[in-house]
Design a protein around this ligand. Sequence first.
Ligand code: GLP
Length: 261
Amino acid sequence: MEVVITDSEEEIGVLVADAVEQLLTDRPDAVLGLATGSSPVAIYDELVRRYEVGRVSFARARGFLLDEYVGLPADHPERYRTVIDREIVGRVDFPPGAVQGPDGLAEDPQAAAVAYEQAIHDAGGIDLQILGIGSNGHIAFNEPGSSLASRTRVVALTRQTREDNARFFDGDVDAVPRLCLSQGLGTIMEARHLILVATGEAKAQAVQQLVEGPVSASWPATVMQHHPHATVLLDEAAAARLERLDYYREAYAVKPRWQRL
Ligand code: GLP
């Protein structure tokens, strides 16, 4: 796992946009894994800037969301499908239908989960997966206790996650759905490159566990320690509790630039 400590969210945006741009240059029909939440916003803004000046195109790319709330109406502004359209999909040239999310309005959500796994498989798998992390160490909506081998399924959200996400629902925790559909940890681990971004001190404990803790379902993101190509980009606040902080800085400083992320 590579750890990159940056000066700002903007720097994270530039570095991850570099990786996405390179991928789309090498393979214009690449499959991107898109995360919602506040963490990837700087990445999406940077990608939109590059699209607007003709540096990057999504015209042949496809995308898959990590997760979706169960039961939010189609026109709800916090439905992840709506959020991702607002943050990136509707601002660049993804063709209609090129980006999919799990169907949180399906009559049979478990069948929708199985269909979603199949869709990812049929697309050839995800080339680059962007991830945030919850303050309790979840990735996508894999809450603590999730099987490290889990697949896309219905998950009950923890109180902590619903409190964290209440800010998107006018501060009303009761307005945050109790169930979601989430790619599993086993699903996420099949993506060819994982890029997790985290900023702010509220993430520092989860980041410390992710990078330096024992692999455990109690901190679901730790499964990434088993991934052959995982990159973690942090700001100073999110990195503050890492024991080997100096080493990560040195390692990145001496890294040959051709190696990229
Ligand atoms: C949410 C999402 C995750 C996201 C995480 C962190 O609950 N389901 O995909 O990574 O929590 O969110 P944020 O980036 O807003 O801190």
